[in-house]
Design a protein around this ligand. Structure first.
Ligand code: G3I
Length: 425
């Protein structure tokens, strides 16, 4: 019962407390103290006829209430960032970094520096940016991201070597002319060679499953598949292994988190493909669950738990590579919306962090100001309001999602033993 009253309680309290709401949805140490007191009141309000012991999700009530607790924006910076909380459990928290604000806004770099132990260039190491024309390579953005990571003592994940998206037209034409294998060798040699020894893991293949395309193996029809056949996946991992043996080869995949028949089909296709790759000793070391949560689709924790367990049982390490929450089906009211975002995130993270094979949790940027959910027209909310998908708001203030993430990290089981075994494996 205790687990199920939190949201009900939040909604009831949200209505009851709206009088003292001041519009801020930030969380600081003082707020946390208030939250702890408010949590007691939450129990008082919601415990009519019910009793319970606070669970890992008790914070949800507090998370929502933080939105109503009236902290001042200037006090939003507790010293400990998300990565510190993750690191205490042998985990890493990181973020995608967008090169435009990194160049223009020092506060953006400070926020990423404060919160993150790992960064991923959101776009700069994709082929269309790094090799836009046959005779022109452009590594400045990747180099700057690497320099930033080094300056902040952060690790770097690279994305993405082989993808159907972010391919320049000239490269598509070469792939169609059956020069695909030579191009793949040249491209991976170039980019993974440039950053050899500096990348912890590379997204080697990205978003390769699409059962709707009608193939028995569930593979997405892409220019790479058409030119090389299903062995293009094996080839890409083998080339990375030759180019940078220390970088962990990672298969990054989307739409596996929520609960729907079409998601089940994707999970099945992924597990079957992972088993075949393992049987052939393809040098894939990690599986990347993107973690784009979606408020329009139900979430089934047990189905996700089973899926992660099966991936781990094959010996793969797991990274959450692009975590955020698409809030378009949640209410417009910022405080209620933040509460629902934090609740969904916490339920997801509790399952994910229970799996010992999980090494890293990376959000897809850190501030709502830069979320692809706000820049991509197809992802905007129908009411036109900006999405609140990430742990910092537009002014770099920590949101209830930030607090839910921090609590998920601090309440997580210790991952250090599994990490030592899997990280370099
Ligand atoms: O830089 C140009 C800018 O000059 C121009 O004015 C503007 C007009 O649309 O476009 C800008 O480029 C855009 C770029 O993002 C930078 O904002 C591209 O059109 C746009 O296609 C590109 O989208 C990126 C997308 O991947 C495709 O590469 C998103 O930023 C990035 O967040 C997104 O990330 C993907 C992951 O790699 C894989 N998983 C899904 C995730 C979200 O789509």
């Amino acid at each position: 019962m205790f687990q199920s009253w939190t949201i009900e309680g939040i909604d009831r309290l949200g209505l009851g407390l709206s009088r003292c709401r001041n519009g801020h949805s930030i969380v600081d140490e003082q707020s946390e103290r208030q939250i702890r007191q408010l949590r007691v009141r939450t129990v008082a309000v919601t415990s009519e006829g019910r009793a319970g012991t606070p669970s890992r999700r008790t914070v949800l009530a507090g998370t929502a209430l933080a939105a109503f607790s009236g902290s001042e924006p200037g006090s939003a910076l507790a010293p400990e960032g998300l990565h510190e909380a993750a690191r205490s459990k042998g985990l890493t928290y990181g973020s995608a970094v967008n090169i435009t604000p990194l160049r223009r806004d020092p506060a953006y770099g400070r926020a990423i520096g404060r919160e993150c132990g790992l960064v991923v260039p959101e776009n700069e190491m994709k082929m269309i940016y790094a090799w836009p024309e046959p005779g022109r390579q452009a590594f400045a953005g990747g180099d700057e991201t690497l320099a930033f990571a080094k300056a902040n003592g952060q690790r770097l994940r690279g994305t993405t070597l082989v993808w159907h998206n972010a391919l320049p037209d000239w490269a598509k034409a070469r792939i169609e002319r059956r020069e695909a294998e030579a191009l793949m060798r040249r491209w991976i040699g170039l980019i993974a060679g440039r950053y050899r020894g500096r990348i912890e893991s590379w997204d080697v293949v990205n978003e390769i499953i699409r059962p709707e395309d009608g193939r028995g193996d569930g593979l997405r029809r892409t220019p790479w598949l058409d030119a090389i056949g299903p062995g293009y996946v094996d080839l890409a991992f083998a080339i990375l292994r030759e180019t940078d043996p220390r970088a962990a080869g990672l298969w990054n995949e989307d739409d596996l988190e929520m609960s729907a028949g079409w998601v089940d089909a994707r999970r099945t296709a992924v597990l079957e493909k992972l088993a075949r790759l393992k049987a052939r000793n393809v040098p894939i070391r990690r599986f990347g669950l993107q973690g784009h949560l979606n408020s329009t689709i139900p979430f089934d924790p047990e189905a996700l738990r089973r899926f992660l367990g099966e991936v781990a049982s094959m010996g793969y390490a797991i990274e959450i590579t692009e975590f955020d929450v698409d809030d378009r089906a949640f209410p417009a009211d910022v405080a209620l919306r933040d509460a629902k975002v934090a609740d969904l995130a916490r339920r997801f993270l509790d399952v994910v962090l229970d799996e010992p094979a999980v090494l890293n949790v990376t959000t897809w940027d850190i501030t709502n100001a830069n979320s692809w959910l706000n820049t991509s027209p197809q992802r905007r909310r129908p009411d036109g309001l900006p999405q609140r998908a990430l742990p910092l708001d537009e002014a770099y203030r920590r949101t209830p999602l930030w607090l839910a993430m921090r609590r998920a990290f601090t309440d997580a089981p210790d991952h250090r033993t599994a990490r030592a075994r899997l990280r370099l494996g």
